[in-house]
Design a protein. Structure first.
Length: 74
């Protein structure tokens, strides 16, 4: 069991860092890798992912406003 944990833990950390790196690139927080190939379809995919991520963040802010801030104002 310890061997599996020792092997999987670094892989999970690498995978999670990849997700955060990608989100940072979508939101223009982090520069993208200049060595990475950039095709037209990749641009479309990243554009759609960027739009969906921004819409998700706006929805979370609306939910927080409705559940937390609005009741405090009344």
């Amino acid at each position: 069991m310890k061997i599996i944990a020792i092997v999987l833990l670094p892989l999970i950390k690498i995978y999670n860092m990849g997700i955060w790196k990608q989100i940072g690139e979508y939101l223009y927080i982090k520069k993208r890798d200049p060595n990475e190939p950039r095709t037209q379809w990749m641009k479309y995919m990243h554009g759609m992912n960027r739009i969906s991520l921004i819409m998700f963040l706006v929805a979370v802010m609306v939910i927080i406003f409705r559940l937390v801030i609005k009741p405090m104002l009344h």
